[in-house]
Design a protein around this ligand. Structure first.
Ligand code: EPU
Length: 420
């Protein structure tokens, strides 16, 4: 038995959709909360499966977790116990690796299984581990489990060979209680990193430079509980903006930070999408003629790799040739095979794909091989003639808060069905 999404294409979207809190900030803020010595309240937590998995891991550590209405999550680590994290929930998502930095930072010792998450080609964590080692920790890996421990963590200068989001956040967390100053050079600049630094600073940490490529962390002795509101999800926002460009008459996407979406909005403008950007919303009027464009994914503020998959589906409706060059995850093209099944004219090369438009799309049985592939197939389903049946929707549920409910409210004909 499996639950699938079914989408009948061709229904116009209209109205307003409110964007939830950022998944990739949330999944770091939750582990970061255990660094406090009192309750942390996080507001705007999206209702996604990754939050459930992280809550399970907090409970494993004897951390009290209370889910309140309207996305309030209270995390109280007062009675916390530093147990090995070997629960199957560790492998359900990538971000469980943030417990490495958080537990190492707080207890100087952590034992945790290798994390899971979407398969996008190789996703090494060598830079995280090198960062911990630079702070004075020893890393041991046996039977799928990491043990990382230190007698003392001492601040130092760490240069990241690649500006990795995960390594930047993990090192930041490991360094908040370290002695002296840690400097992360070539740090990632994603807005989610600023959000985590903001939470830690509210707790009493001394982190400067988040959002630039040099971050300094001056170690402190104590962190307290605090209240924090998560930034809006720029990838969920981008996904709805793409859906609006694909299938809306007029649709307003609210609770966004337009600055976080500049690379997407300027590409859509180049494609000919009619949009009006306001302080915290954007209104899209779909239905116009679209032109193919070339895209190269890059670290923030460049074009987000997480949005190239949803955009691929829209590019099938743009005139001429579009090329996507993927520089972050060169193998992140599994969605192309699924889109081909629906009629798209896409060829995949080394780290890139070429899409020829305009091709009509037809509903078919397709598989969400990863989270953003799932989003791409939903975009295609809205555009396709007939019914699209999407399998393995647990990938979509890991990262999108009520995607089908939000789309139904906009007029889409999408439903869940349990099939044999
Ligand atoms: N990398 C290394 N060594 C490392 C770490 C990263 O070589 O130790 C490489 C990666 O293989 C990749 C590049 O550096 O080529 C960037 O990876 P990064 O570490 O920045 O990615 P991540 O932290 O694992 C986060 C998001 C991803 C998003 C990427 C890039 C979370 C939980 N995940 O992953 O989000 O694609 O940054 O922006 O924050 C998604 O939401 O669908 C998703 C996959």
């Amino acid at each position: 038995m499996e639950e699938v999404f079914k989408i009948e294409g061709g229904h116009q979207l209209n109205g307003e959709v409110r964007i939830s809190g950022a998944k990739n900030a949330t999944v770091a803020l939750i582990p970061a909360s255990i660094l406090a010595n009192g309750p942390v309240t996080i507001c705007g937590v999206p209702d996604i499966a990754d939050v459930e998995s992280l809550s399970t891991l907090l409970e494993e550590l004897n951390v009290a977790v209370v889910h309140k209405d309207r996305g309030h999550l209270i995390i109280d680590p007062t009675e916390m116990v530093n147990r090995p994290l070997e629960h199957p929930a560790v492998t359900k998502l990538r971000a469980s690796y943030y417990f490495m930095g958080a537990l190492l930072g707080k207890y100087k010792h952590v034992k945790i299984k290798m994390s899971g998450g979407c398969y996008l080609g190789p996703r090494p964590i060598d830079l995280h581990l090198k960062g911990f080692e630079a702070l004075g920790a020893k890393v041991d890996y046996q039977k799928g489990c990491y043990t990382i421990e230190a007698e003392e963590l001492i601040g130092t200068k760490i240069f990241l060979d690649i500006s990795s989001v995960g390594a930047t956040i993990n090192i930041m967390m490991a360094a908040v209680y370290a002695k002296g100053r840690t400097t992360i050079e070539n740090a990632a600049k994603e807005p989610e990193i600023i959000d985590v630094a903001t939470l830690l600073n509210k707790m009493g940490a001394h982190i400067r430079g988040a959002g630039t490529n040099v971050i300094t962390i001056d170690g402190v002795d104590h962190l307290s509980g605090c209240f924090h509101e998560i930034i809006p999800d720029r990838i969920e926002a981008g996904t709805f903006i793409i859906m609006a460009a694909a299938a809306a008459k007029e649709m307003k996407i609210t609770n966004i930070i337009p600055q976080h979406l500049e690379s997407l909005l300027s590409k859509l403008q180049e494609m000919g999408v009619d949009m009006e950007v306001d302080v915290d919303s954007v209104t899209i009027r779909g239905g116009g003629k679209l032109q193919g464009v070339d895209i190269k994914t890059l670290p923030y503020p460049g074009f987000a790799t997480d949005l190239q998959q949803p955009l691929s589906a829209l590019l099938t409706q743009a005139k001429g040739k579009s090329t996507i060059r993927e520089t972050i995850y060169p193998e992140r093209f599994k969605h192309c095979i699924e889109l081909q099944r629906m009629g798209a004219d896409i060829s995949v090369g080394q780290g890139s794909c070429t899409i020829e438009g305009i091709t009509p799309l037809y509903g078919d049985r397709v598989t969400a091989t990863d989270l953003r592939c799932g989003a791409s197939l939903v975009v295609a389903g809205l555009l396709a003639e007939g019914v699209t049946e999407i399998h393995e929707i647990y990938h979509i549920e890991r990262g999108y808060d009520d995607l089908d409910g939000k789309l139904r409210a906009l007029g889409a004909n999408i439903w869940r069905e349990t099939i044999e």
